[in-house]
Design a protein around this ligand. Structure first.
Ligand code: ASP
Ligand code: MG
Length: 477
């Protein structure tokens, strides 16, 4: 199949569509791409905080406890926000606003009906939770599509659930790429070819039996990559509210620099830490098809952001980024019989597998294995299972510091430089992955800021100007 290089998939996160002003900015960014002869496909998140409001902490949770009134109260506040945003964006010439308001009201009427039903039974399942949370993206995409038309841009709303086919794993469904590619080619491509901008919600999909599913929190990036991959687009743009990927969190290090270009491999290592900027799974459907992903700032659209490409240009600095992930737990598993028992590692990993718990880091000796995990709900159950085969201890409030860069390959003495920079910090576990592009170690949570500052100072004294934006340091602060 020939790449459709003029197609650009543009994904706008919650803050880029948080209100009428943000949505207008988003529309003018998309229009700018059209003026350049590109064919945009727009993927939007729910308006900011709507997903949270609909989810566990809120509407669905209240209803699940049988608290009907607070659930309905939340829903009515969301209704007002969406109705008002629509009114700011769309006029009533030709009855367009009336039609949009009617559609919004119908969505909220069925949401309310759903919440009443859940409250009546007092039970919230993963399936109904998906259905409830899907309203966020269904509503934002509906309003934004209408706002495009209002501005005289040919656009049409596409229900993402008719495109993004998934399995039936509610809460974090797995997309079926073949089926998605097919629906994209039959339903979305013809729209693009007519010069119309398809506008669809991210995050949501549907299972083979037609039930609404979601791709997991932050899943709109994933949608963008799936759509970009399926259409063989020329580029995927992830529009957010930061100037792309930074060398580290600017709240910890004000001198953090924008990384102008980073490889897929580096971004994938990093994605795990920087879920705020990019969802890890975003990378995959795009990498496989060699489609560049750009992370851009909708509040500062002139900024070049970060370009994620298959192969990174050489960089004179060993690392591109320093990331930290808190709230981790180290589990120490000690089996005195390990020397004899082959298959012990398998037994241990099987336990994690059964609990569907991802392991971040592993280190082993003859008689012990230490692993780190970040899912805390299943921890007691995991440890109980492990204790059947070994002695188990765990310590929480740990943090993983990770330095990522392709240019550490073949560099000798990097580890010594890293550890001398943090010689004053107590290091609990060390790992250098087989990928050879990341060095990670575990420390106590309270040491994170200090460690990150020391490392940044050490490795970004003379940053390579081809890779890092050395000119705009001041504005990052
Ligand atoms: N709205 C969803 C969330 O907040 C998906 C997304 O924005 O990517 O997780
Ligand atoms: Mg996001």
């Amino acid at each position: 199949m020939t790449p459709r290089s003029n197609i650009v998939v543009m994904k706008f996160g919650g803050t880029s569509v948080e209100d009428a002003v943000a949505i207008e900015r988003t529309i003018s960014i998309v229009d700018g791409r059209r003026q350049r002869g590109l064919a945009p496909v727009v993927i939007v998140s729910a308006m900011s905080k709507v997903t949270d409001a609909l989810l566990a902490s809120s509407a669905a949770a209240h209803a699940g406890r049988g608290d009907r009134e607070p659930a309905l109260e939340l829903s009515s506040r969301l209704r007002v926000r969406h109705i008002e945003t629509a009114a700011r964006l769309v006029s009533d010439s030709d009855g367009r606003l009336t039609a949009l308001h009617k559609a919004i009201d119908e969505h909220f009427d069925s949401l309310d009906e759903l919440l009443r039903g859940i409250a009546a039974v007092g039970e919230l399942t993963a399936r109904t939770s998906d259905l409830i949370v899907s309203f966020g993206e269904r509503l934002s995409s509906l309003i934004i599509a209408a706002a495009f038309v209002e501005k005289g841009i040919a656009a049409t709303h596409v229900d993402a659930r008719s495109i993004i086919r998934t399995d039936g794993h509610h809460g974090k469904a797995a997309p079926q790429e073949r089926a998605i590619e097919h629906t994209l080619l039959t339903h979305v491509l013809p729209i693009i070819e007519e010069g119309i901008v398809p506008v669809m919600g991210g995050f949501i999909g549907s299972s083979e039996s037609g039930e609404t599913t979601t791709l997991g929190r932050g899943g709109s990036d994933y949608t963008a990559a799936l759509v970009g991959g399926g259409l063989h687009a020329g580029a995927i743009e992830i529009w957010t509210d930061v100037n792309g990927i930074m060398t580290t969190d600017p709240r910890i290090v004000p001198e953090a620099l924008r990384v102008k270009t980073i490889s897929f491999e580096e971004a994938a290592e990093l994605a795990y830490f920087g879920a705020k900027v990019l969802h890890p799974a975003t990378i995959l459907p795009a990498v496989q098809k060699n489609i560049p992903v750009l992370v851009l700032n909708s509040r500062n659209p002139e900024n070049e952001g970060t370009r994620i490409t298959a192969i990174a240009p050489p960089c004179s600095s060993p690392f591109k980024c320093i990331a930290a992930k808190k709230k981790l737990t180290i589990i120490d598993i000690v089996a005195s019989r390990m020397l004899l028992a082959h298959g012990f590692l398998k037994m241990v990993f099987d336990v994690f597998d059964r609990h569907q718990c991802a392991i971040d880091m592993v280190s082993t000796s003859e008689v012990s294995i230490s692993v780190t995990v970040d899912s805390r709900e299943s921890l007691p159950a995991i440890c109980e299972d492990l204790s059947k085969i070994a002695d188990v201890k765990y310590e929480s409030a740990k943090a993983l510091i990770c330095l990522v860069g392709e240019d550490i390959r073949g560099h000798s003495g990097i580890a010594a430089q890293v550890f001398s920079a943090v010689s004053h910090v107590n290091i609990r576990m060390i790992s250098q992955g087989a990928s050879e592009i990341n060095m990670s170690f575990m420390i106590n949570e309270e040491d994170v800021d200090e460690a990150v500052r020391s490392l940044h100072k050490k490795f970004f004294v003379a940053p390579d100007p081809a890779i890092f934006d050395v000119e705009t340091v001041a504005t990052n602060a």
